[in-house]
Design a protein around this ligand. Structure first.
Ligand code: TYD
Length: 197
């Protein structure tokens, strides 16, 4: 079982990914929780470059996120799935589709093609997309990295990109209101998971 969490900065997806990890672990399952773009040494270094480094072209950004993701799939996600563990990823391919494909304007299809190649076609069984409006996202998110400092115009584009993805992949992506109380939302996510997998 491979589940990913997606949403704008400040959508609460990391909290929900952790709550799901705890719930599955409490049932006695082996669970691996990964965070993008880190999680491996290569990924952490790439993360430093892309989040704290200099301005760069859109495709350089997309390719760096893809490089970190390739390493994460090869060394963490694929081996975990092969041994029967559940994998929960805090951001995955859809982040690149929303941020680089849509918000940066590279094109969702082009960025998807790059990503499918580097992850060798591995896509999640289920993606939980948490939606919060731009004002709420700004209140919740820090402005600590290069992408988080982009401002409201970029934030709106990221939101629009995610909505577009939910339309493109209705079977895989479950879009939920990220402003619901934490524990209620966590329960809804577990119900959706039970009915999908
Ligand atoms: P992350 O640290 O995961 O942010 P958060 O803690 O909000 O989840 O990701 C950092 C930033 O990188 C975030 O603004 C989203 C952006 N990002 C992309 O633009 N493309 C990607 O493929 C990924 C994984 C992240």
């Amino acid at each position: 079982m491979f589940v990913t969490f997606e949403g704008a900065d400040g959508s609460g997806k990391s909290t929900q990914a952790e709550l799901l990890r705890d719930a599955l672990a409490a049932e006695g399952r082996e669970v691996v929780l990964t965070r993008e773009p880190g999680g491996t040494e290569v990924g952490e270094r790439v993360r430093q470059l892309v989040l704290n480094g200099p301005e760069m072209s859109g495709w350089a950004e997309a390719a760096l996120f893809a490089a970190a993701r390739a390493e994460l799939v090869a060394t963490v996600i694929r081996p975990a799935l092969d041994r029967g563990a559940a994998v929960i990823a805090d951001r995955y391919v859809d982040s690149s589709l929303a941020y680089q494909g849509f918000a940066r304007g590279l094109g969702i299809d082009a960025v998807l093609e790059l990503n499918l190649a580097v992850v060798q076609q591995l896509m999640p069984d289920l993606t939980v997309l948490l939606l919060v409006d731009v004002d709420e996202a700004r209140r919740r998110a820090g402005a600590t990295d290069r992408l988080e400092r982009e401002g409201d115009g970029f934030r709106s584009l990221v939101n629009a990109g995610y909505l577009e993805l939910a339309k493109m992949f209705p079977e895989r992506i479950v879009a939920l209101d990220g402003t619901q109380p934490r524990d209620e939302l966590s329960e809804v996510i577990r119900e959706r998971l039970r009915s999908r997998i």
